[in-house]
Ligand binder design. Sequence first.
Ligand code: ARG
Length: 377
Amino acid sequence: METSKVVTRAEEFLRTAYHELGIMDQFPSRWDTVKQEIVDTGTWTQTTEEVSHGARMAWRNSNRCIGRLFWKSLKVVDARHVQNANDAFDFLDNHLHYAFNSGEIRSVITIFKQKLPGQDNGPRIWNNQLLSFAGQTKEDGSILGDPLRLHETKWFTARGWHFQGTAFDLLPVAMQWPDQEVCVRQLSLPEKMIVPLEHPDHPWFSALGLQWYGLPVISDMSLEIGGVKYTAAPFNGWYMGTEIGSRNLCDAHRYDIMPRVAQAMGLDTSSNWSLWKDRVLVEVNRAVLFSFHKQGIKISNHHDSAMQFLHFEDTETSKGRSITADWSWIVPPLSGSATAVFHKSYDNTVLDPNFFYQESPFPSQRKNKTGCPFHQS
Ligand code: ARG
């Protein structure tokens, strides 16, 4: 990023943050220092207070997230002093345990060091999430596990990683520090983290052998605050049931369980007129919510989440801020029009600070022009 752009973004962020934090009296002298550091080095070092508020603002500005009412409660772990992937793994283990909290999930972000000017990339966690299930193509061409993870799984397998061969084998995590070798490790799993799925009314459901993990930790996005990029900053919330019940399990390009469930329910799948898919979706979603509750793991349902989102809109408006959102992501993938967000429209402008997608470093997915898996434009 050009220095002039960093200066503009830094100033805008600092003004807003200091205003929101009620410490505007400290702004002038702080800005003098920061401006000089940017002129000297091309970037700047944020205080823990700045990076913490910046991370909370980034969540508040995440247009695709329905759970933003709770942005202020984000716990920030400042891990910017970590110098290698090996030490960083300990922070990831701690993140899982602290955030999972025996099922009383806390929203947490762990922030590793920023990308420096002149570096191709900062530190990276290669996986999309800290926890995810492997996906492998079997000899007969069918897929075992999560088809979304075929690329990652292939890479781990090629490096000699051995998977048990169930449909729910956890992937290890690959992590890389600038100018160092990529490191691979299996994170230590908190107790109760894996949820076997059962249905409150249909005893046969558990025989499908389905399960999911309790904590979604996005680990491949870049956190950008005032012209600074944190390329490794894993963060988590808790699940909304439809993410698992409608998408991960029922999408045809994911676990694709709808036909099997329909058969067990005795539905007529030969015609769309039976609405068999709609009926299956409802029951799978009930199973997810029921099983998480039974195991004592925090989860939300899409009706409550939509109401909380409206509340978020109100609190933001009352603070003089207008909210931005991506309607197609906010409307839940079940009974959309039965939730209030369906009947509204939103401005999808991307504000700073925010979280951004980055190119996957897994070699089989590289698409950039240079052919270098670590190159970032
Ligand atoms: N949709 C993703 C998944 O199913 C998780 C995204 C983050 N979700 C959340 N509730 N914070 O794994």
